[in-house]
Design a protein around this ligand. Structure first.
Ligand code: NAP
Ligand code: HSE
Length: 435
């Protein structure tokens, strides 16, 4: 057996605690599998008292001093702290010290991925980041290696455990948004700043990471059309449900003739589809490959041990030697890849759910349908319930396939009608390709 591998870890929160537990619980198995022992030699946190309370690591290896942490001899640094600027500086210090890096930090990779991969290649070390997307589901490995022989046509993912948990608890158990969010935080699913989850930003950052691997391009977060679940109105969730649709926060990348369409937003999907069955903190990714057709990846997308599973698996892949070789020799990571060519969102074709609150007066429905007709949009279904409020009534319309730009034009006309109250709601109704 060779010398022990010296591991430094930055962060001992939800994910770091899971890593410390796995390293302790499975030490023998890891030694057997890699032919070497793994030794946690240093842990960097801000609050050492709090870290001591976990009882997971010896005081001797705990520090809140970055200089002391980086002064130690280490072979691999695990970055499980989060954030962008400080974490990015830590990762650069680790790379320049010739340490391999494992990170769970999609915010960092979305902001600085190409720069960090380049620096790592220059320093002949690797960066592994399975935990950054999909928690315990090995979707980075599947996309990077398992599906390498394919041209990827589309990705559809439920990539944020917090949002999926909130939607499940609200829809299935009638909980309030605030209560469901508080529980997701308590369970360790949410980011330190939970607005990253509910705004859709976290799922968009994951889409940056996944789409750059799948389509061999450089993508930035601002290129992703974004809407979060914090914009959702429960009445729309219920109207959609009546029509046979489940609401999900989807991260989507679709290759079109005019370029790549990248979106993260709440969408209606048919209740019978596989993605509609993905509940709670579970995540899933549907990948459409040119050779495989549809493949589907499912599992726990957030939380202590599922995420630690991905971090420690990355660590073992580095220790075994194959991953650093692949990182050095292959052109999978966005270093020299071209910038993404984006499709024009106005040209995107799909079905749409519209809700317009209108004055309950004669002739309103005709005005709505005429605005849609003027834009060349055909209506698939219309729903209006009897209402106790005599003043306004919500009208729900499901369109047939239409260009998004045309639907926006019709909605602008509808919003300007004197009978329209408030701002009309538009949500995509997503139909998945035939597998
Ligand atoms: P967390 O529970 O908030 O823990 C963060 C840890 O990092 C704490 O120990 C904190 O120390 C330490 N830390 C933060 N900033 C630091 C700094 N500037 N210097 C030193 N230590 C610092 O976060 P988490 O949920 O474990 O998430 C960590 C990372 O994993 C994030 O990038 C997150 O996006 C990612 N991730 C999380 C999950 C999940 O389910 N939670 C899943 C996948 C990926 P103090 O407590 O002393 O401040
Ligand atoms: N906050 C993230 C989520 C953690 O809820 O999915 C996993 O990346």
């Amino acid at each position: 057996m060779s010398n022990p591998i010296r591991i430094g870890m930055i962060g001992l929160g939800t994910v770091g605690s899971g890593v410390a537990k796995l390293l302790k619980a499975n030490a023998q198995q890891y030694a057997l599998r890699t032919g070497t022992t793994l030794e946690l030699v240093g842990v960097l946190v801000r609050d050492t008292e709090k870290a001591m309370m976990t009882g997971l690591v010896d005081q001797a290896i705990l520090t809140n001093d970055p200089d002391a942490f980086f002064a130690q001899e280490m072979d691999v640094v695990l970055e499980v702290a989060g954030g962008v600027e400080v974490a990015g500086n830590f990762v650069r210090r680790a790379i320049e010290k010739k340490c391999h890096v494992v990170t769970a930090n999609k915010a960092l990779l979305a902001a600085q991925g190409p720069e960090l991969y380049t620096l790592a290649k220059q320093n002949q070390v690797s960066i592994a980041f399975e935990a950054s997307c999909g928690g315990g589901i090995p979707i980075i490995t599947a996309l990077s290696f398992g599906l390498m022989s394919n041209r990827i046509d589309a990705l559809y993912g439920i990539l944020n455990g917090t949002c999926n948990y909130i939607l499940t608890e609200m829809v299935q158990k009638g909980k309030t948004y605030a209560d469901a969010l508080a529980e997701a935080k308590e369970l360790g699913y949410a980011e330190a700043d939970e607005t990253l989850d509910v705004s859709g930003a976290d799922a968009a950052q994951k889409l940056v990471v996944l789409s750059s691997l799948a389509f061999d391009v450089k993508v930035t977060e601002d290129q992703i059309a974004l809407k979060g679940i914090d914009t959702l109105d429960l009445s729309d969730v219920n109207f959609g449900s009546e029509m046979g649709y489940e609401i999900k926060l989807l991260a989507m990348a679709q290759q079109t003739d005019a370029g790549l369409s990248l979106r993260t937003m709440p969408c209606f999907i048919n209740k019978e589809t596989q993605l509609a069955q993905v509940d709670s903190s579970f995540n899933a990714l549907s990948v459409y490959g040119s050779a495989t057709g549809h493949t589907f990846y499912y599992g726990r997308g957030a939380g202590e041990l599922p995420t630690a599973s991905a971090v420690v698996s990355d660590l073992l892949n580095i220790v075994s030697g194959w991953y650093p070789k692949a990182f050095e020799q292959m052109n999978i990571w966005p270093v020299t890849h071209p910038d993404v060519q984006l499709a024009d969102p106005a040209e995107l074709i799909g079905r749409f759910y519209l809700r317009v609150d209108v004055q309950d007066v004669p002739g309103v429905m005709a005005k709505l349908t005429s605005a849609l007709g003027n834009a060349g949009i055909s209506i698939n279904a219309v729903m209006q319930h009897e209402t106790e409020d005599e003043q306004t009534a919500p009208v729900v319309i499901l369109t047939h396939e239409a260009k998004q730009g045309d639907v926006q034009t019709a909605l602008a006309e509808i919003a300007a009608l004197p009978d329209t109250v408030g701002t009309p709601v538009i949500l995509p109704v997503v139909d998945f390709p035939a597998g």
